[in-house]
Design a protein around this ligand. Sequence first.
Ligand code: SF4
Ligand code: SF4
Length: 83
Amino acid sequence: MARTVFNEDRCKGCGLCIEACPKKILAFAEHRLNHNGYQPVASLRPGECTGCAICARTCPDVVISVYREARSAAEATVQGADL
Ligand code: SF4
Ligand code: SF4
């Protein structure tokens, strides 16, 4: 399970993250403007987010934070080689 958080007032509406998201779940928020008068980006289907963080790495203004659930202790042990 992953979660994206948008610092909306930093968004300048460039759309780079919308193009970059492989799941195509980002879009400009309708009927809403941010502090600087831009339509900010929002997730249309948050449940489909994989947590890949491509959007966050693409955004030049550091608007997006991506949170993923920590791996379980058992999984961490099994995959210890890549920790
Ligand atoms: S983390 Fe990946 S899947 Fe989720 S919104 Fe960003 S680019 Fe799309
Ligand atoms: S890349 Fe960043 S600044 Fe550009 S639309 Fe997306 S969140 Fe806004």
